[in-house]
Design a protein around this ligand. Structure first.
Ligand SMILES: NC(=O)C1=CN([C@@H]2O[C@H](COP(=O)(O)OP(=O)(O)OC[C@H]3O[C@@H](n4cnc5c(N)ncnc54)[C@H](OP(=O)(O)O)[C@@H]3O)[C@@H](O)[C@H]2O)C=CC1
Ligand SMILES: O=CC(=O)O
Length: 324
């Protein structure tokens, strides 16, 4: 008899067919409040695949047969890992396959913000280009500047490599542990958070969302940055105190910001961030290319399949479930 699973994100037809060959697939849309039919299916399913659904003890109480939760994302701040492990439920994510794509997006944000690409695109399209632009629309250089990376992991390193090899930038980073590969190969220097904020021309947040990183960057941290600094967030909105960011931008404590993620997503249409010219805003599209989204879904499907064959899923987050 086929096992039952929930799929709550759209994936390509070939991957959906693979799932349907193996499982009874209940398809749902992710909503802020999942409906009764979702919870009714949850009672029977052994796997869940999708991204962003909050999986906590309350939800797990309603999923008595669940064996695996498969995220189609590398970040897994939506999953209560301790709760899943306690119940012997596997959790998986999609690392590596998206690293270069997200690094490209972050570098795009860095260039767009520093060279005012979006603002000047509008300037041309709205018919304002009557003569050479004046100094008030000049950008700032990227090459040879200092990039500070908070969270030098897979994506942080891929951004740092672009900055080092392509733009001859100096790299400073802050983690809980040192990154010997980055130090040896691209001359990255470890710094305390305070030092990184003080010396960097570009500050990039790329650390995961965990209790210790909530509002890691707030008023005190913006105060430490250079007045010419550009702040970039490619990780999760909750790592930044958004009101403090708005204040820092309005009061010109920093020069600009490039954002892919926000405290609330989709961002409120009333957010002051949307009214500031020195901010480039993207709708959380770090990994959003056809090729990469396909690879992520494929890896997630592979994780799910292996979860039921006794093999170890390739990106198992909580291996403790295998020994408990
Ligand atoms: N915008 C988008 O679309 C995307 C966003 N993301 C986000 O990017 C994050 C990073 O992904 P990825 O690079 O693959 O993850 P990694 O785990 O490879 O890297 C995260 C790095 O953050 C560091 N870190 C962890 N905790 C802290 C802390 N408290 N303070 C400072 N540094 C810390 C870790 O180093 P150490 O352990 O030494 O502290 C690690 O090197 C994801 O968790 C996700 O939230 C990912 C993909 C797409
Ligand atoms: O935000 C996206 C992810 O993969 O994490």
């Amino acid at each position: 008899m086929k096992r039952e699973i929930i799929l709550y994100k759209s994936i390509s037809t070939d991957l959906l067919e693979q799932l349907k060959n193996r499982f009874i697939v209940h398809q749902h849309q992710l909503k802020s409040e999942m409906d009764d039919s979702f919870f009714s299916d949850l009672q029977r399913v052994e796997g869940i695949i999708g991204s962003k659904l909050r999986v906590d003890g309350h939800l797990l109480d309603q999923a008595p047969h669940l064996k695996i939760v498969t995220n189609i994302s590398v970040g897994y701040d939506n999953l209560e890992i301790e709760e899943l492990t306690k119940r012997g439920i596997m959790a998986t994510n999609t690392p590596d396959v998206l690293t270069d794509t997200v690094a490209d997006t972050v570098f795009g944000l860095l260039l767009a913000t520093s060279r005012r690409i979006c603002e000047l695109d509008q300037y041309v399209k709205l018919g304002r280009w009557d003569e050479n632009i004046g100094e008030h629309l000049f950008g700032v250089d990227v090459h040879h500047k200092t990039l500070g990376i908070i969270g030098m992991g897979r994506i942080g390193l891929a951004v740092a490599e672009r900055a080092h090899y392509g733009f001859k930038m100096k790299i400073v980073y802050h983690n809980r542990s040192t990154h010997s590969y980055a130090e040896k190969n691209i001359n990255a220097t470890y710094a305390s958070l305070e030092e990184l904020l003080t010396v960097s021309d570009f500050v990039l947040v790329m650390a995961p969302l965990v209790p210790e990183t909530v509002k890691l960057i707030g008023e005190k941290e913006f105060d430490l940055m250079k007045e010419t600094a550009i702040f970039l967030n490619g990780s999760r909105g909750e790592l930044v105190d958004e009101l403090a960011l708005i204040h820092a931008l309005q009061s010109k404590k920093i020069w600009g910001a490039g954002l892919d993620v926000y405290e609330q997503e989709p961002i409120s249409k009333e957010s002051l961030l949307l009214q500031l010219k020195n901010v480039v805003t993207l709708p959380h599209i770090g990994s959003a290319t056809r090729e990469t989204r396909y690879k992520m879904a494929k890896l997630a499907v592979d994780n799910l399949m292996k979860g039921f064959t006794g093999e170890v899923p390739p990106s198992l987050i909580n291996p403790d479930v295998l020994t408990d």
